[in-house]
Write a protein that binds this ligand. Sequence first.
Ligand SMILES: C[S@@+](CC[C@H](N)C(=O)[O-])C[C@H]1O[C@@H](n2cnc3c(N)ncnc32)[C@H](O)[C@@H]1O
Length: 227
Amino acid sequence: MIRFALLLAVAFLTSSASLLMAQESSVRPGINRAYENPQFDQWVHTFERPGREIYDRRQSIVNATGLEPGMVVADIGAGTGLFTLLFAPRVEPEGRVIAVDISQVFIDNIMRRARAVGADNVQGVLGTATDASLPPASIDLAFVCDTYHHFEYPQKMLASLHRALRPGGSMIVIDFRRIPGFSSPWVMQHVRAGKSTVVREVETAGFQMLGEESFLLGNYFLRFKKP
Ligand SMILES: C[S@@+](CC[C@H](N)C(=O)[O-])C[C@H]1O[C@@H](n2cnc3c(N)ncnc32)[C@H](O)[C@@H]1O
């Protein structure tokens, strides 16, 4: 009996420790190394080039967000500001776009681009790998495009986005389809998890899945809600 109780205690401690480790350690060390000291113009050529599905279908993506004047949208992992700059006129005059990234170089250049086109409703926020650094209940939409697979600490990032959303607010996740035999070797190696894993992780973080858009081929477009 005592031996059984001891075994149970050891099993409990081991599973708690592994849960804690899972939350504390990066799920993909090094995935953001290329953004540590980015050459901005080079990334503009990479993210804003014909042939990239996200870029080619950017107007359809913006339309599908459902953004309206007055809304506050956070572009999580805003990169070069491709979507930040498209969102800005959609939500003006009262609404705002918050460009969140872990790279100060990206944030500085997005702000420079926003000023150049007179988009004065854009704000840049330097986040961390674990936190979007947004005030609680401050945004209507978290837009996560080609960035979920760059989250090294997905549970912590999801918790911070859940906190930042107003009740009833939504989150859109666009990311690469990762399907053996369909996806390129680069995607299979670069992207940690496929759609079903992502849905499970996001639902575990307290989001409710609302649906999916089907107009993208190499990527999926998922819509979630903070209940
Ligand atoms: C592949 S880029 C996508 C850029 C942009 N969303 C697009 O689709 O053009 C991924 C971006 O996510 C940023 N990033 C990675 N982890 C992040 C995190 N935890 N929070 C915010 N941004 C993050 C990177 O610095 C990079 O700018």
